[in-house]
Design a protein around this ligand. Structure first.
Ligand code: PLP
Length: 365
């Protein structure tokens, strides 16, 4: 069978996986209750704790992409009528409003201009004592980082009962992430971005505070953290079968995490920062204008305005056909006016920056 074309994936995700993660997919398959697999699962959860910056016992990969993490977060915490304040500064904040409302939340939406970070004062002013405050750490639709630590600190002193929920899909393993220090109670992520693993799992972490206030018997059986925890953490009677764990994907995540931790988390974050800076400097040198607010730009995902008179889709198609290089379009009203260039996981490297800058220079000539 012919292999698929190998692309350089510099869009908003998926990124090209770390080779260790790809190699693990070809290992012999184990049963999901095999002691050898359970060792891999335990190690994966331990490695995830390190990457999240947490001691939370309930830290695990959920079966599904990043969105299943968002779904699990709300399904296990929202009771009908609960006030959920959502900071919206892009597509994924908007999606959180939709998901929370499906579980009966009274959503208080705090809109921000796209391209700007979450404004802590504005979010706090939205409601005096919400059950949950939710925000996106790295907004992939706009290329903006928000200060979740500042939001957590402000919430703790103002309304200590409120749970803080953070979307870390694009930040995990590409930026500093300190869930415990920042006071995040519920975090979810995806494997296909800076973790450098194929899409298919949603790393998830849930604090003791969140556990105390969780919804027992949530409306989605598949995402019931009580049942999932009984498999992942085990109990007096051993591991209770809930659903067949995606063993190959978990082995791949374990290998990707091993690769990242061998390099070192600060080193990985620094590599992302350096590559992002090099790209952003290069784009500015070409006369292009960056979209995200200065001082709040993600390194792992750069948003850049499409120059006047340039057909955005045509440029992306040309990069794909001539360079096997994928970059992303913008989102919503910025679909044709912005490109999104990801440097995630192994792609956070100078040679990838040179490749995309060189290709863009030629195509825009
Ligand atoms: N949240 C953010 C910030 C994302 O970037 C994405 C995907 O790009 C998601 C949530 C949803 O993740 P998935 O597409 O893996 O379901």
């Amino acid at each position: 069978m012919a292999l698929l074309t190998e692309r350089t994936l510099l869009g908003p995700g998926p990124s090209n996986p770390y080779p260790e993660a790809t190699a693990a997919l070809a290992a012999p398959l184990l049963g999901h209750l095999d002691p050898e697999f359970i060792r891999i699962l335990d190690r994966t959860c331990e490695r995830l704790r390190t990457v999240w910056g947490t001691e939370n016992p309930l830290t695990m990969p959920l079966s599904g992409t990043g969105s299943i993490g968002m779904e699990a977060a709300f399904a296990n915490t929202v009771r009908p009528g609960d006030v959920v304040v959502v900071a919206v500064n892009g597509l994924f904040g908007t999606r959180m409003c939709e998901v929370a409302s499906r579980y009966g939340a009274e959503v208080v939406r705090v809109d921000h201009e796209w391209g700007t970070p979450v404004d802590v004062e504005l979010v706090l002013a939205a409601h005096p004592s919400p059950a949950i405050v939710a925000a996106v750490h790295a907004e992939t639709s706009t290329g903006v980082r928000s200060d979740i630590g500042a939001l957590g600190a402000a919430l703790r002193s103002r309304s200590p009962e409120t749970l803080l929920l953070a979307d870390c899909v694009t930040s995990i393993a590409g930026d500093t992430l300190e869930v415990d220090d920042w006071g995040v109670d519920i975090g979810y992520a995806g494997t296909q971005k800076c973790l450098g693993v194929a899409p298919g799992l949603a790393p998830f972490t849930f604090s003791e505070r969140a556990w105390q206030r969780r919804v027992e018997n949530p409306p989605v059986w598949y995402l019931d953290l009580g049942l999932l925890g009984a498999y992942v953490r085990g109990g007096p009677g051993g591991r209770a079968y809930h659903h067949t764990a995606p063993v190959a994907m978990i082995a791949s995540l374990d290998a990707g995490l091993g690769r990242i931790l061998d390099e070192g988390l600060p080193e990985v974050a620094a590599r992302h920062r350096a590559a992002g800076q090099m790209l952003q400097d290069g784009l500015i040198d070409m006369g292009l204008e960056l979209f995200a607010a200065p001082g709040h730009r993600l390194s792992q995902l750069t948003t850049v305005r499409v120059p006047d008179g340039v057909d955005s889709a045509k440029v992306r198609a040309q990069l794909l056909s001539e360079y096997d290089l994928e970059i992303g379009a913008g989102v919503g009203e910025f679909a044709a006016g912005v490109w999104r260039i990801g440097l995630m996981g192994r792609n956070a490297a100078p040679e990838r920056v040179e490749l995309v800058l060189g290709a863009l220079r030629r195509v825009l000539k």
